[in-house]
Write a protein that binds this ligand. Structure first.
Ligand code: S3P
Length: 181
């Protein structure tokens, strides 16, 4: 698996629903591209000094979205890196605009049943906690897919290993960089 040549000089922003593997795929992609990796959710938790679940419980979703917008804006001004965004981040108009200006966006699009299986195994996400993950994801897909479709690159993830998805992203990036060279 080879990194694109010429190398990527922009941040690669991964978008997509919960459970699609943005963080694990992002970490592997960053190492393949020899770029740093940033996880927006983790950066929000560091900035707030508490978990995302606690932010939702104590301050509510709008407060979380505010922090998410500010943290992603800051990250997009850092040196080029691979950025895993939270599942709802790309729904914010300002975030979408900044990602369009400063990054190459990649929508990781997975089968909802596979995603629901993953999300259901770890009850850490406030939006699915105590709910049927598949129903939540189906509702999110309806609202979010039209916005995700604005991403520069779409990669279907399927029920396969993250490593195979990383290779698919690298191939898509190479052809995108050729097109825009
Ligand atoms: C959210 C997804 C989560 C996290 C928060 C809200 C969403 O990130 O940002 O719980 O709105 O879909 P992941 O997509 O990394 O799970």
């Amino acid at each position: 698996m080879t990194a694109p040549n010429p190398p990527v000089r922009k941040t690669i922003a991964l978008v997509g629903l919960m459970g699609v593997g943005k963080s694990s795929i992002g970490r592997r992609l960053a190492s393949a591209l020899h770029m740093p990796f940033r996880d927006a959710d983790l950066e929000i938790e560091i900035a707030a000094g508490q978990s995302i679940a606690d932010i939702f419980t104590q301050f509510g979703e709008p407060f979380f979205r505010d922090g998410e917008r500010r943290v992603i804006a800051r990250l997009l001004d850092e040196t080029p890196h691979v950025l895993a965004t939270g599942g709802g981040a790309f729904m914010d108009e300002n975030t979408r605009r900044l990602i369009r200006e400063k990054a190459i966006s990649v929508w990781l699009k997975g089968d909802l049943t596979v995603l629901a299986g993953r999300v259901g195994r770890r009850d850490v996400r406030p939006l699915t906690s105590g709910k049927d993950p598949l129903a939540v994801l189906q509702a999110q897909a309806k609202v979010r897919y039209p916005q995700f479709a604005a991403a520069d690159i779409v990669v279907e993830t399927g029920d396969t290993t993250h490593q195979i998805t990383v290779e698919a992203v690298l191939i898509a990036l190479k052809s995108r960089l050729k097109e825009t060279a």
